[in-house]
Design a protein. Structure first.
Length: 233
């Protein structure tokens, strides 16, 4: 295989690796198990406006179902529009909250498409490198460097999340959502169901989880490379 093509394939693996790992860990987190984990904590902040923890779990579970639906956001939003405040006939979410949740689903749907494309690129590049004996060590090295690059990038994010959570949170929302569409009053349903603690814990899990996944990938690449060098591959 041409040296330039080999380097391009290696570069694709290295660059795409953190994207794929971050998307994968994030995808795993958008599930009911995470809500059960958070709301089940003895020190999870209660809702000062009256929701019980079970009510919060039941109501928030519908939002997870909404995000995981295959329909377009405009069709799936009916799940949230049908929700009511417990014991009343009043909508759970006002129009600004509904609009934001539409933006959130558009965003997460785009993320899963990015995850899919990143997976295809990474797997395809690795297969091309590992399929040939002459480039197998290049494939192992790409795995190692991709994992190492992920570790370095996520180590920085861990520090940012732990030391400057508000800056990280605000910057993230300003980058991906229209100004003024993602801030709500403390008594709004979205804030009551998804308090800051839930987002902080989620951000920590994603960054630390991706860092650990990168370390595993780097270790596998390193060991395969050493074994391949000793075997003369």
């Amino acid at each position: 295989m041409d040296t330039l093509i080999t380097r391009i394939l290696q570069g694709l693996v290295i660059l795409v690796m953190p994207v794929l790992l971050v998307m994968t860990v994030s995808h795993l987190l958008i599930n009911v198990w995470y809500l059960n984990y958070e709301y089940g904590k003895s020190d999870f902040p209660p809702d000062t406006y009256g929701f019980t923890q079970q009510q919060r779990l039941d109501l928030a579970t519908v939002s997870i179902r909404f995000l995981k639906r295959r329909e377009s956001p405009e069709v799936a939003i009916g799940l949230l529009e049908a929700q009511r405040l417990p014991g009343t006939d009043e909508p759970l979410f006002d129009q600004s909250e509904i609009s934001h949740m539409l933006d959130v689903k558009r965003f997460t749907d785009a993320l899963w498409r990015v995850q899919y494309v990143a997976g295809l690129i990474l797997i395809g590049a690795l297969l091309l490198l590992l399929a040939r004996k002459g480039t197998r060590l290049d494939g192992y090295r790409a795995l190692f460097l991709g994992g190492a690059w992920t570790v370095g990038l996520l180590a920085f994010l861990v520090i940012l999340v732990l030391l400057s959570w508000r800056i990280f949170f605000v910057t993230f929302h300003e980058l991906f959502f229209p100004p003024g569409t993602w801030t709500f009053d403390w008594n709004s349903s979205l804030i009551r169901l998804y308090p800051d603690r839930l987002w902080f814990d989620g951000g920590t899990i994603i960054t630390v989880g991706t860092l650990l996944a990168g370390a595993v990938v780097a270790t596998v690449g390193y060991r395969l490379g050493r074994a391949g060098s000793k075997a003369g591959n």
